[in-house]
Design a protein around this ligand. Structure first.
Ligand SMILES: Cc1cc2nc3c(=O)[nH]c(=O)nc-3n(C[C@H](O)[C@H](O)[C@H](O)COP(=O)(O)OP(=O)(O)OC[C@H]3O[C@@H](n4cnc5c(N)ncnc54)[C@H](O)[C@@H]3O)c2cc1C
Length: 405
């Protein structure tokens, strides 16, 4: 019998496979895709992710120490840091690099195989997948669900899937440009209330144009592409629009007897932007650590696997809660309120204190949210904007200043 089966060869599943194989346990990874890592994504990672899980030099399209924000009324603001805050990477190659290392250590990848059923008993986990030759059954001691957004397998494994009711829809296309110098974020109801759009330069005069929204798309992406075309941001659309879900609330429990969920399957992303590569890697690493201990002790009970959830909560829970409060506030704002707040946020003093301060990180938004609300000047503007904000900002302030992780 195999030690571990991992379902999903994204960043979460591959890093877990790598660490489990490194510890000497047998591991098989299933993915219905034929190309590892080829899932809709912009491929931006922050500096902490870059340091902890460094991409190969060839996989980095560019680093970015600045970004533009375009307000609903069309005014462009520049955020500038001394050092790179984010990196645009070749996501397919980056995600595959973890799988390549896992394979070198003995992990077996079963691509083009969709897992359709999981059955957990006291003595084993049975996993059934669809192959060209018919259904295949494999037995293992424990399973990791790393299937990304929205999978029926979570329920079969006795794991939470509630987070998937709270999600953003991300939609993206590739465009050709005359060369963009930095990522640009677009805000405003002309691309959908509560949505934000982006244009992220990659390589060879190409950029990824996308948007994320918590509502139905309803033509928002078409509006954004038309708007940006009319303003000369890009020349030509180079690929069809694709869309995919991004959970913004954790799906607990993320552990049960012989099973763990990680990454997007566990609902672990930054609710502010929907970025999930870093949290997927962190949770893949933590899950592997807990599972290795459990395998060594020969005890795969849910009690033995619980430390995994306690550990990711210690690192991510506050961030995710703050991120969701900030997202709720953002979604409730009218264009005029967003314009007002951005104009105040971008005044030299506030911008330096909140967005460009030492320790501000693209990976840890809680610190930015917290210092915005605690700021002696900007905090007052935030509380002024709507009466409901008073209560939410009290929530944030009650958490006190956040240390950078
Ligand atoms: C438009 C868009 C842009 C994004 N941009 C960014 C960004 O710039 N930066 C960032 O950090 N995050 C971004 N994200 C989020 C990021 O892509 C995810 O958080 C991340 O990929 C999650 O990794 P994962 O390993 O948990 O799951 P995934 O990467 O989704 O991998 C899950 C894998 O499981 C496989 N699978 C699913 N079900 C089965 C099954 N039954 N059997 C076999 N295989 C199965 C899938 O084929 C897939 O390969 C973006 C998301 C979207 C939608």
């Amino acid at each position: 019998m195999l030690d571990v089966i991992i379902i999903g060869a994204g960043p979460a599943g591959n890093l877990a496979a790598l660490n489990i194989a490194k510890a000497g346990f047998s591991v098989e990874v299933y993915d219905w895709r034929t190309k590892i890592g080829d899932k809709l994504c912009t491929g931006i990672i922050g500096h902490s992710c870059f340091k902890e899980f460094p991409p190969a030099e060839n996989d980095i399209y560019r680093s970015s120490s600045s970004a533009n924000i375009v307000s609903p009324s069309g005014k462009t603001y520049l955020i500038n840091h001394r050092n790179p805050q984010a990196y645009v990477i070749n996501r397919i190659s980056y995600v595959k690099s973890f799988a390549d290392k896992a394979i070198q250590l003995g992990a077996i990848y079963r691509l083009n195989e969709k897992v359709i059923s999981i059955d957990i008993s006291d003595s084993k986990v049975s996993v059934i997948s669809e192959t060209k030759a018919g259904n295949h059954t494999a037995n293992c001691k424990a399973v990791i669900i790393a299937t990304g957004f929205g999978s029926p397998l979570l329920k079969m494994a006795g794991l939470g899937n509630g987070g998937h009711k709270n999600f953003l829809t991300g939609c993206q296309t590739t465009v050709s440009t005359d060369g963009l110098s930095r990522p640009t974020v677009f805000l405003g109801s002309n691309i959908g209330r509560g949505s934000f759009g982006w244009l992220v330069p990659t390589q060879n005069n190409e950029a990824l144009l996308g948007l994320a929204t918590s509502r139905k798309l309803n033509g928002d992406m078409d509006n954004l592409t038309k708007l940006l075309k009319s303003k000369g941001y890009y020349n030509k659309i180079e690929s069809p629009q694709r869309k995919w879900g991004i959970p913004v609330k954790p799906s607990t429990p993320t552990y049960s007897q012989r099973a763990l969920s990680i990454g997007d399957a566990a609902g672990l992303t930054k609710p502010t932007t929907g970025g999930g590569i870093y949290y997927s890697l962190l949770s893949g690493q933590l899950a592997a650590k807990t599972l290795i201990q459990a395998l060594n002790q020969g005890d795969l009970s849910s009690k033995q696997l619980k430390p995994y959830e306690s550990e990711w909560k210690k690192i991510l829970n506050n961030e995710i809660k703050l991120g969701n409060i900030a997202r709720g506030i953002f979604e409730s704002l009218r264009d005029s309120q967003i314009d007002f707040l951005i104009s105040k946020l971008m005044t030299d003093d506030v911008r330096k204190d909140v967005l460009e301060a030492t320790g501000v990180s693209f990976d840890w938004h809680g610190r930015i949210i917290n210092s915005a609300f605690m700021h002696s000047v900007f905090g007052k503007y935030l509380s002024l904007v709507t009466p409901e904000l008073e209560e939410k900002s009290a929530d944030i302030k009650s958490k006190g200043p956040i240390e950078v992780a």
